[in-house]
Design a protein around this ligand. Structure first.
Ligand code: MG
Length: 252
């Protein structure tokens, strides 16, 4: 009887581990009709879907405004070399405007059950990146969202600055896929957030992260087989353009 109970406990523990996989809508739930990535509507859609997190990308305009947009180019305009008013004048294809980080945080604060995963993009100089980090953290504080925001970045310098200036305990994951979990842990990062092809080459990094008390996020996982691979391998977060399918596979 004791053995059966122990087996049942083990099976429960295993299923509890795989059930922990959470869904992050990459650039918001923009696949929903009428939306566009990194817009207020895409964040709202992610909140309504009830996913763990909604990812977004932060860039600084030439006149120092933090805006939410993925690419460095908006049409023919380089976002980081263009002032905000000029960017605002160019509507996105669904009719929305490029949101400022402040507008985005205002929407995030309306439903904090969905966390905001803020990617701080690469900028021209380390000094500019430090400024963007400090101003992003200040904006998050103004909106009282310190406990509802997590950070990700490709640049080690950006991750280091987030660690330096954000409140203790803030989550920061490295995106670039070039560092081992142990090395990231040594830098103080709380997780890795790597491409699916990197993780398939290094599936052992999942256990290594967990043993180190770190989280594993995988991007950008859209097809069913890859989503299932992440779930089966016990990754903590799947970043996806297809949150509906991820939810379905998770039985949500
Ligand atoms: Mg991003």
């Amino acid at each position: 009887m004791k053995k059966i109970l122990m087996l049942a406990a083990c099976l429960f523990a295993v299923s509890a581990i795989s059930a922990q996989t959470q869904v992050i809508a990459h650039r918001g739930f923009h696949a929903k009709s009428g939306s566009y990535d990194n817009t207020i509507s895409s964040l709202k859609n992610a909140q309504e879907l009830g996913v763990y997190g909604s990812e977004c990308d932060v860039n600084e305009t030439a006149d120092g405004v933090l805006v939410v947009i993925h690419g460095i180019m908006h049409g023919k305009l380089n976002v980081q070399k263009t002032d905000y008013a000029t960017l605002y004048a160019q509507a996105l294809s669904n009719g929305e405007r490029i949101p400022t980080l402040d507008e985005y945080l205002e929407q995030a604060a309306k439903n904090t059950a969905t966390k905001l995963i803020i990617e701080i993009k690469d900028h021209s100089t380390p000094e500019q990146e430090t400024r963007v980090v400090k101003n992003t953290i200040a904006a998050v504080k103004r909106h009282k969202l310190q406990n509802d925001v997590e950070y990700i970045a490709f640049r080690q310098h950006v991750c280091d600055e987030v660690l330096k200036y954000a409140p203790k305990g803030t989550k920061i994951a490295y995106l670039n896929g070039t560092l081992t979990p142990e090395y990231c842990k040594g830098l103080g990062y709380t997780g890795i957030d790597y491409n699916i092809s990197t993780m398939k080459k290094h599936p052992e990094w999942i256990k290594q992260c967990h043993d180190l008390g770190m989280t594993v996020n995988v991007w950008t996982v859209n097809d069913t087989a890859a989503l299932q691979w992440c779930i089966d391998n016990g990754v903590d977060y799947i970043t996806t353009d297809n949150p509906v399918e991820a939810n379905r596979l998770l039985g949500k």
